[in-house]
Every structure is written in C-alpha cells, then in structure tokens.
Design a protein around this ligand. Structure first.
Ligand SMILES: O=C(O)CCC(=O)C(=O)O
Length: 333
C-alpha cells in the first residue's frame, strides 16, 4: 500500500458518518488527479474496498474487479441462456430481444436470433448471478446492506450484420430508473468471455458520474437502432474514453450516471455479458413527469400495457414488479 493510501486508510476510519473531506493523491492508473479536497460520497465503508479502490470509484465512477465469477458459474449461465434460446424453458416476465438487423429475418430457434434477455428475475439459474456472495459484498460497498436487484440482463451482442446496429449508444443508466438517490444504485456487469475492442467491449467516460442526468433519445443511425437503446443527446466527444477489455469472470461495477456504451462486434462470435443493477432497499420512487425521463416512461408504459393488457400500470409499478430483495430487508422499493 502506498504511503498516501495508508494515510487515507487511517482517515477513513473517521468517515462515513457525516460525509468527510480528505485530500486525495492521484490513483495508480492516473485517470483523474484531484487537486481539490475529495468527499467520499459514492462509496461506503464495509471493510472490503481498499483506499485505492474507493478513491478510484469516487473519481472515475467505475471499478473493475478481475476474476470475480467462476468459470463453472459462467458455464451454467451460458447453458441456461442456450436453453431459453431453444425455447426449452418458459420464464415468466422474461423479455427476449432481437437485434434490429436480424429481428425481421427468418426465425432461428437458437442464440443467433437473440441479442439480449431482460428481466430474468424468475429464472432461478440466471438469477443466481444476482445473489452471488462475492458480487453482493462489492455491491454493499456502494449501496449499503439492504440490497434490491432491480434490473437483470444477459447481453448476447451479435456479430454486426454490416449496419453497425450491434453498437450500444453512449448513455446513462439512470435515464431508465424512476428511483433515487442515484448514488445508492450500482451496476455489476460480468464478462462471460474475453471482451475487447474487436467484439465490442464496454467504453466509459471516466468521471461523468459526477454530472447530472442528461437528455436521451434514439440516435439517428442510418442502419437503425435497437429498441430502448436511447443515447445521450449531447456529451463532450473529446472526453477521455476508457475501453474496458476484460476476461471471462471479470466484473465491472459502475455508477448509474456514468456515461458508457459499447462498440460494434466485428467478430463472428456472440459477445456475452451478464449484468444486474442493484439499489439500496430504502431508495424511493420519483415522479418523472416534466423531466427528461418522460420519453422513456411513455415507451415503457406502452410496452407494459401490451404485455399485461391492463391500463394504468405505471412506470414505478414496472420496477416494483421486477425488483427482488437479495440481501437484508425490503424497505421502500
Ligand atoms: O453490454 C453492452 O453492450 C452494453 C450494455 C449496456 O450498457 C446496457 O444495456 O445498458
């Protein structure tokens, strides 16, 4: 441990009651070098994160942990995904999405037709990911001890069919969430195989989690855009980017305001990742009327109306319906 990190560790013994102020030194990766006193506002102390890791998350809005999920578990998640694609199981509430470039092609009952599974909270095998103790321990460092799994996805980024539709536009996940506070929400995203720039790894804009929620809309892409893939309307294109190249089992935790997306899959393989968004169980729902989130609220409500065939399902209802407690007590979500 560096001297400054040792000093920080000592100081952190006094943090987390009222937010404290410390002067931080640069982290080892040098993505951001604060010169101002830094408030530890984005992470909590549960004796897991080192001072360097805490500072890194505070400054950059993400934290990559190598080798967190075992190859055995990843294989099981992959097998379950394949069973779903072959339609051997029917999971209530599961949304199976297809890439725009292949959605209208002849139906192929295997993974080639599926670009993403959403809302697998009722699939006991896939949902095991959300409750893995080694993941929850990190999640607790960001959201606290009472944890809800709110949003689940298995992303199967297909080889790009030449229209660049396999890209995911730069966005902030908070755009999709009608609950707050943002700082008590975190995503865990685990690579299910090697992900790199060739197959479309995640790309993040470090430090953007300290900004506000921006306006999102469908990007005007010539080849089309996948459903629900809203992008940030304007962000600084010159902001430094970090491509998160990861190995199978590596997991990145990131803040819901962090601007991120993923590139085109230029390989012939399907790039797989599994993710869950967690929130503190005492987060509260907000009304998004009159905010930049109205467009996503409307889209989600239309989908919910078609799916459940009942009027009056609210944006908040759709989240309350899929949220599951994974640790501690269920409070307000
Ligand atoms: O896995 C990816 O390609 C990006 C996923 C993502 O950012 C999302 O679905 O919000």
């Amino acid at each position: 441990m560096s001297r400054s990190a040792g000093r920080l560790k000592h100081l952190m013994g006094h943090l987390d009651r009222p937010p404290a102020t410390i002067r931080a030194s640069p982290t080892s990766v040098g993505l951001s070098t604060p010169t101002q006193p830094l408030k530890l506002r984005y992470s909590l102390d549960n004796n897991l994160l080192s001072p360097e890791q805490r500072l890194f998350y505070e400054e950059n809005g993400f934290l990559l942990i190598k080798n967190l999920v075992s190859p055995e578990d990843i294989d099981k998640f992959r097998q379950e995904f394949e069973r779903i694609c072959r339609r051997e199981v029917d999971i209530p509430g599961l949304i199976v999405m297809r890439d725009v470039a292949i959605a209208k092609s002849e139906f192929v009952p295997d993974q080639r037709a599926v670009s993403k599974l959403q809302d697998f909270q009722e699939d006991p095998e896939l949902f095991r990911f959300c409750a893995l103790p080694q993941i929850l321990k990190y999640v607790e460092s960001f959201v606290g001890p009472n944890i809800m799994a709110m949003h689940t996805m298995l992303i199967n980024k297909p080889p790009d069919a030449g229209k660049k539709t396999s890209r995911h536009p730069m966005h902030q996940d908070l755009h999709y969430f009608p609950f707050r506070p943002a700082d008590r929400i975190v995503c865990a995203w685990t690579a299910m195989e090697t992900v790199n720039r060739q197959n479309g790894c995640l790309v993040v804009l470090p430090g953007t989690h300290t900004g506000t929620l921006k306006e999102h809309e469908y990007p005007e892409w010539e080849g089309g855009v996948n459903k629900m893939y809203h992008g940030v309307r304007d962000y600084n294109p010159d902001h430094p980017r970090v491509h998160l190249e990861m190995e199978r089992g590596d997991t990145v935790f990131f803040h819901p305001l962090l601007i991120h997306g993923s590139g085109m899959n230029q390989t012939q393989g399907f790039r797989k990742a599994i993710s869950c968004h967690y929130a503190a169980a005492d987060c509260y729902y907000i009304d998004v009327k009159g905010t930049t989130q109205e467009n996503i609220e409307q889209e989600v409500n239309e989908i919910a109306q078609k799916k459940f065939r009942v009027d009056g399902v609210t944006f908040q209802d759709t989240w309350a319906f899929r949220g599951r407690l994974v640790q501690g007590n269920r409070i307000s979500l």
